[in-house]
Design a protein around this ligand. Structure first.
Ligand code: GDP
Length: 178
């Protein structure tokens, strides 16, 4: 949809959260531009990128926020969380400590700085790397149940489950307010 031609019913700020290198920028680029870039990105990335979606006839503009490298400092600016209504908590299925850090760092960050009713989904990215994979699906599912999160596996490279992940999150947010 062309942004200029439609009246938006809602604007949702959605965050990408997780360790460096898990694929946050790649997921954002895949979703908003259907692109996958193999090049190494610059230190300072894009702040956010928008995509308009239609859910049950409601026109919703999702602004997807990327950390732009701030996550290396294990903490994100307060401004990043301001007004956020949803988040994808991303780890890399080939690097188990990126899942551990969801628990150790990122869930606590969200609890401290984000709105209390922020909706979140746990994302195991790089599902295409079947040989290098270390985190088993069952492990991630158990983790997600313990933390009361939905879980989905994605590949920004193969475009697997990317639209579905955002749609699931946006539907969950939408159903809460309708
Ligand atoms: P960020 O630091 O979390 O934003 O991660 P990036 O989006 O920069 O991705 C880190 C690296 O992982 C890059 O080399 C990407 O090309 C690669 N990458 C991201 N998503 C995928 C994926 O789904 N599959 C594979 N095989 N590589 C990915």
């Amino acid at each position: 949809l062309k942004e200029t031609e439609v009246q938006l019913d809602y604007q949702f700020k959605i965050l990408l959260i997780g360790d460096s290198g898990v694929g946050k920028t790649s997921i954002m680029n895949r979703f908003t531009e259907n692109k996958f870039n193999v090049e190494i990105k610059s230190t300072i990335g894009v702040e956010y990128s928008k995509k308009t979606m239609v859910i049950d006839q409601a026109v919703i503009q999702a602004s997807i926020w990327d950390t732009a490298g701030q996550e290396r400092f294990r903490s994100l600016a307060k401004n990043y969380y301001k007004g956020a209504i949803g988040a994808l908590l991303v780890f890399d299925v080939t690097r188990p400590h990126t899942l551990e850090n969801i628990q150790k760092i990122w869930l606590q960050e969200v609890e401290q700085h984000a709105s209390k009713n922020i909706k979140m989904i746990l994302i195991g990215n790089k599902s295409d790397l079947t040989v290098e994979r270390i985190v088993k699906q069952e492990e991630a599912v158990n983790f997600s149940k313990t933390n009361n999160l939905a879980y989905m596996e994605t590949s920004a490279l193969n475009n697997q489950n990317i639209d579905q992940a955002f749609e699931t999150l946006v539907r969950e947010i939408y159903s809460e307010i309708n």
